[in-house]
Design a protein around this ligand. Structure first.
Ligand code: RAM
Length: 526
């Protein structure tokens, strides 16, 4: 539960000018109307067994007490649903009392939310009870939902009438502009499909900010933003949305200037009182990558000092020997593995971020800062090797643990000689069991590390096996957490609360388009 941070009397440091710039970059939203393409009835409320119904029969299906109708909208959508109801029988003498349940995946439909007892709020489960007092009726649901399936259960009508669902439609919403999209032309249909699913994932998370998940938490997280931005640069190319999010993070920070891990944007912009060691550093990385794409000097001018401040603050958390203070390192996210020792991984992310900070300094012609950053970079690489590299086992060990997560970040941080790094990644499976990777977020960095050392085939194989296993399980969009060996795992204590369209899972489109379509790639973006 390390991620729940509650700071009493937390007053973020807000900068009106930066927030004003962010406000001016609010994106145009695009809409489409989508109707269901299939329907079925679940045999039992909490069993996935279903009887299919032809679409033309739906308008004649009379639903009495306890009966359900499930609508399949064909793929994952984000938007507002309108339902049109009528009745058969005698004049309704009582309201229709309905339960609506929206599900991103088929499996979610039959799950009983009362079985959930995890540590994040049950209120994220998309289900509600409504009364329809007068029939016929058109009901526009006020909430935005993220879903493919909608289950309508008639809790009660009356002995005089039965309910009929005449129509259903969803008005979708996204700030991704499909007209900007260049199709991916990969000869392998499996990768082509993987690209499509990644795009849908990204598109459905692109709202008036880059959300982490349109079902949950519907807000900006720095670690997610960095990966979404990468995927966006080679697809929808909405540079302003990245810029807006960077200004939002800069515009509301911790009182001491640290970038928060996450931001609330409603009702007003406010930094969450959660700070993650690695996430604050990704602000530096994301700004540098944005600059690579846009050469937008105005943004650099506005955000440069704040980026450097993240590095400077983090460097204050070093012990005398150059390693990171224990409690600070424990504040790194890395992956959903709260038990693991994060000291080496956190240091590696800092070294990685220093590389990007140095590039920013050079771009800014800030040469004294650049050579200072250079010194820090070299010094910390030496520290990483001395403190964590086991010369006999030829791998990094953090608190006695040699996890693939630590190896990955040390490789991305360029701590080893390229030949040693390649040899380490060649045998990376050896480290899979010590804290297995739990999320597409970490799998992205693992694939990046393979690419960094030139193991392109292995990287592709891993992508196909990992994201591919979600596809084989029926994913329309890529999921927040997925371990093919333990499909019911959840970081939150119940898979029903997981997000099945998640920002940080959208990177195959970036990987495929940048590395596997013959286009020129850039090492910098790993
Ligand atoms: C989850 C969010 C987000 C992630 C953080 C660390 O709650 O969904 O994607 O960045 O945790």
């Amino acid at each position: 539960m390390a991620l729940i941070s509650i700071i009493q009397d937390f007053h973020p440091l807000n900068n009106a000018k930066l927030l004003d710039t962010a406000e001016k970059l609010r994106p145009i939203l695009h809409h489409r109307i989508v109707e269901p393409v299939g329907a079925f009835v679940l045999k039992d409320r909490y069993s996935p067994e279903a009887e299919e119904i032809e679409m033309h029969r739906v308008h004649h299906l009379a639903m009495g007490k306890g009966e359900n109708l499930c609508l399949d909208f064909g793929t994952h959508l984000v938007g507002n649903v309108t339902l049109e109801f009528t009745y058969t029988g005698s004049h309704p003498d009582a309201p229709a009392y309905l339960k609506l349940k929206f599900a991103e995946t088929y499996k979610e439909l039959a799950e009983n939310s009362e079985d959930y007892s995890g540590w994040i709020s049950q209120s994220w489960i998309q289900e509600e009870y409504i009364h329809v007092d007068v029939l016929p009726a058109v009901v526009e649901l006020p909430r935005r939902h993220a879903f493919r399936y909608l289950k309508i259960t008639t809790m009660d009508t009356s002995v005089k009438y039965k309910l009929v669902v005449r129509n259903a439609e969803c008005k979708t919403v996204t700030s991704a502009d499909m007209r900007k999209l260049t199709p991916c032309t990969h000869p392998d249909p499996f990768l082509q499909k993987m690209d499509e699913i990644s795009l849908r994932t990204l598109q459905n998370c692109m709202q008036d900010v880059f959300e982490d998940g349109p079902k949950r938490d519907q807000r900006l997280w720095m670690g997610d933003l960095r990966l979404q931005a990468l995927a966006n640069y080679c697809t929808f190319r909405n540079y302003d949305l990245v810029r807006r999010c960077l200004y939002l993070f800069a515009g509301s920070r911790f009182p001491d200037g640290r970038i928060a891990a996450c931001l609330f944007t409603k009702p007003t912009v406010e930094a969450d009182d959660t700070w993650l060691f690695d996430y604050s550093l990704f602000f530096v990385v994301a700004l540098e990558e944005y600059m690579q794409q846009t050469n937008d000097e105005e943004t650099l001018k506005d955000l440069y000092d704040i980026a450097m401040q993240q590095i400077e603050i983090t460097l204050r958390y070093l012990e005398f020997d150059g390693t990171i203070e224990k409690e600070r390192a424990a504040n790194a996210f890395l992956d959903w593995n709260e038990e693991m020792n994060k000291s080496a991984g956190a240091l590696a992310v800092l070294i990685y971020a220093l590389r990007y900070a140095r590039r920013l300094a050079r771009r800014k012609n800030d040469w004294s800062q650049s050579s200072w950053l250079d010194e820090q970079l070299e010094r910390l690489k030496r520290v990483a090797r001395t403190a964590y590299y086991d010369e006999e086992r030829k791998c990094f060990v953090s608190g006695g643990e040699a996890s693939v997560i630590t190896q990955t970040w040390m490789v991305l941080a360029d701590v080893l000689h390229p030949d040693e790094a390649r040899a380490l990644m060649e045998r990376s499976e050896e480290f899979f069991d010590c804290f297995p990777m739990k999320t597409p977020y970490m799998h992205h960095y693992y694939v990046s590390a393979l690419l960094r050392v030139g193991l392109k085939e292995k990287a592709l194989e891993h992508m196909k096996a990992y994201w591919g296993s979600m596809m084989e399980t029926g994913a329309d969009t890529f999921w927040e957490a997925w371990d093919p060996e333990h499909p019911d795992d959840s970081p939150y204590g119940g898979a029903i609360i997981n997000s099945y369209c998640h920002a940080w899972s959208c990177t195959p489109t970036y990987l495929i388009r940048s590395w596997f379509t013959g286009e020129k790639h850039s090492d910098d973006r790993l």
